[in-house]
Design a protein. Structure first.
Length: 739
């Protein structure tokens, strides 16, 4: 044998290298991202036959994805690597890869990969006997399948959930899931899925000790897999049928099934299948009283099961080894192996797992009802948001079209003038008189075009002013979103806690009903139940959560009210309190200010109302506060050092508003140009240069004055004053006293 080993190794190496060469020929037709997409697809198709080459492809794809920040490549590569580890029985590492793939799928919002990862993670944790975690992932996969409207995927997950419930001995629920899945597969004529479901149903019948029915159902599955030539599934069915024949005492028939099954598992390098077969070999030889062979197979099964971390199989092997030791009279070894069996049994206790999964099922069913109740409201809100979004998109494209048309016109005119001038220069020497005449005509024409250009410029200025308002609106929307998000999150958490409290109250009521059936139970029993379930604390918690929700709703109402006042624009002027306008603006844009500066207010409550348009006055405040914020940001102060101060009051018979900051300040040249249209010190794309120009135009409308004091590197102060109707204000105060 040793003499032929080098030759065998050379043949294997040649086969592997020839395979690698053929795949290299395929890959050379691709480059960049497509090349690594193809690598992943090849790895997925060959990992059962060529594990090392598939791992090499996956490693290269992962390195490319990490180096070039390609989350899609990483998502697919991690998923296929999880399948490779899963196939080799390395379940914990497989779980890590599936989790990494699922994180990328969530980032990319790829629901198909989310579904596949959740399904595979459920299978991994099932084999690790962590049925609670497996159920959580299966339910999540079921939710995704429902959202996709894919009944085949839903049926697939129903099959998986049936397997979990079978494992915890909830056979009735397991059969319900199997039957619902079988109905879908039969309607769609999915033969392999039908066979898999028959196999699962037969396994449950076997666990219920309905051996004859189980054999009939296994035969149905075996016939389908044989016709489809799916050898790996045929091996699994043969293993299951061998288990039944062992229970029926047909040991030789069971061994025939196991030998056929093992040859298939060996050809496919199915470690788990071989471990299950070894366990059944051990059982069969135990009942045939061939203890040495039985122990050999059981020990082999334990090693494989422990390596793959399948505790249920390790547990069952220890039980039969203990029986063999007892039959041989080695009671000490029998006791130690029985102790190993009990230790594992405690870890994967069926009763505790059943209780955990029932809790998860109850929560899942409750969440499904909540989703149904809120679906109509959510659908209406989504439709409204879609309409608003479409309206904004339409407005954007209208503005974009106007800008492109204007730029195209100017570019065309510039090109036409350039061409004409070049032609005139070429013919200048021989056509001086005609040029003079033509020049006069061109001057007249250019004058008209200049007038048209000025008109276009005025229109462009109006459009730019509108864009500036949109920027302000964007600032407000960002503030509103953040300010509403916090109380909304409080409400969401409170409702989750209320639901948990209601679950605890439901348990109390259930125990109370059971206590009521006990004729000997009295008031003391009820009191002990109340103390056990902490009913008084539950009611107090619910009350506190409801109060918290009420405060959050009131805060949202305040934000919406302020937003409505500022955004509902009209040309109407009326008496408005400037301090109230400042408060409403701060509510909306506070989020955009708080990371850069502290707001300090000195608002004089005695200033009279100002007859003005509410929205125009709000726009003044938004522009001044935004400029102050940007100036502080430009100075790059440490966190907490930025300061914006807002003051209002009366001075020399006029009402004033002062906004000052300790930002970067302005130079003398910048101060002189501050109120000019389109003048800005910001980088391209960060401002239109119309903010202070708009502020001044609004101030002028109301006979106001605006002044600026600034020191470069230390800060800036803008002060606006308006005529104050003090007499009217005093009379108003008198009226209030009379009331």
């Amino acid at each position: 044998n040793m003499r032929f080993s080098p030759a065998i190794l050379m043949i294997i190496s040649a086969v592997l290298f020839s395979a690698a060469d053929s795949y290299d020929d395929i890959l050379k037709n691709y480059s960049g991202r497509q090349k690594y997409e193809k690598m992943i697809a090849l790895a997925d198709s060959i990992y059962i036959d060529n594990d090392s080459l598939s791992r090499s492809f996956i490693q290269k794809a992962v390195e490319f994805g990490e180096k070039n920040n390609e989350p899609s490549i990483l998502m697919k590569a991690r998923f296929v690597y999880g399948d490779i580890l899963y196939q080799n029985g390395n379940y914990r590492k497989a779980a890590e890869e599936y989790k990494n793939s699922m994180i990328k799928a969530e980032q990319l919002k790829d629901v198909n990969y989310l579904y596949e990862n959740c399904k595979q993670l459920g299978g991994v944790f099932y084999y690790l006997s962590d049925y609670k975690t497996a159920t959580i992932f299966f339910y999540k996969a079921s939710d995704i399948a429902k959202s996709l409207g894919d009944e085949l995927k839903e049926a697939d997950i129903s099959n998986e959930l049936g397997v979990v419930y079978d494992e915890i001995k909830d056979y009735s629920r397991a059969l319900e899931y199997y039957k619902s899945a079988l109905k879908v597969f039969q309607k769609r004529n999915k033969l392999k899925e039908i066979a898999r479901t028959y196999n699962n149903i037969a396994t449950t019948q076997f666990n219920k000790q309905e051996y004859d029915q189980a054999l009939e159902t296994f035969e149905k599955a075996l016939n389908i897999y044989s016709s489809e030539k799916d050898e790996s599934k045929v091996a699994i069915i043969l293993n299951n049928m061998a288990s039944i024949e062992i229970e029926n005492g047909n040991y030789n028939k069971a061994l025939d099934y196991l030998k056929r099954s093992s040859s298939i598992f060996s050809a496919g390098s199915d470690i788990l299948g071989l471990a299950l077969n070894d366990h059944n070999f051990g059982k069969a030889y135990y009942y045939k009283r061939n203890y040495s062979l039985a122990v050999k197979y059981l020990d082999k099964s334990i090693k494989s099961a422990a390596k793959m971390e399948v505790p249920t199989l390790v547990r069952d092997n220890y039980l039969y080894i203990s029986k063999i030791d007892s039959a041989k009279g080695d009671y000490r070894s029998a006791f130690l192996n029985l102790q190993n069996f009990r230790n594992i049994e405690e870890i994967i206790s069926t009763e505790s797992k059943q209780r955990e999964i029932q809790e998860i099922t109850a929560k899942y069913e409750l969440s499904q009802k909540e989703k149904q109740n809120s679906s109509l409201i959510r659908d209406n809100e989504i439709k409204r948001l879609q309409i608003d979004k479409q309206r904004q998109i339409n407005n954007f494209f209208i503005i974009l079209f106007v800008l492109i048309a204007g730029l195209s016109y100017f570019a065309y005119r510039a090109y036409a003038l350039k061409s004409k001038n070049e032609e005139l220069l070429t013919n200048y020497s021989g056509e001086i008189e005609r040029l003079n005449l033509k020049l006069s005509e061109e001057i007249e024409k250019t004058r008209k075009e200049l007038n048209e250009s000025n008109e276009k410029l005025r229109k462009t200025e109006k459009e730019a002013a509108r864009m500036d308002k949109l920027v302000s609106l964007g600032t407000m929307v960002a503030g509103i979103t953040h300010e509403i998000k916090n109380p909304a999150q409080v409400i969401k958490l409170s409702m989750d806690n209320i639901r948990l409290c209601m679950n605890d109250l439901a348990l109390f009521i259930y125990d109370l009903i059971r206590l009521n059936k006990n004729k000997h139970a009295g008031v003391s029993g009820i009191k002990s139940l109340i103390e056990k379930h902490r009913v008084t604390k539950l009611f107090n918690d619910i009350k506190s959560l409801i109060i918290s929700n009420k405060k959050s709703v009131e805060l949202i109402d305040q934000i919406v009210s302020s937003t409505s006042k500022i955004t509902h624009f009209n040309r109407e002027t009326r008496d408005n309190l400037v301090n109230d306008i400042i408060s409403d603006v701060l509510i909306i844009i506070r989020n955009s200010l708080k990371y850069n500066a502290t707001i300090e207010l000195e608002l004089d409550p005695s200033i009279p109302p100002l007859k003005c348009n509410y929205q125009e006055m709000a726009q003044i405040m938004i522009n001044l506060l935004t400029n102050a914020r940007d100036a502080i940001k430009d100075r790059e102060l440490d966190p907490g050092e930025g300061l914006i101060k807002i003051r209002t009051g009366l001075e020399s018979g006029r009402m004033y508003i002062e906004v000052s900051d300790n930002g970067s300040g302005m130079t003398e040249e910048q101060t002189e140009k501050a109120f000019e249209a389109f003048y800005t010190t910001k980088e391209a794309g960060e401002g239109q240069g119309l903010g202070l120009s708009i502020v001044k135009s609004i101030v002028d409308i109301y006979d106001g004055f605006i002044s600026v004091k600034t020191i470069k590197g230390e800060g800036t102060s803008f002060k606006i004053s308006f005529p104050a109707d003090i007499q009217n204000d005093n009379s108003l105060k008198g009226d209030l006293k009379n009331v």
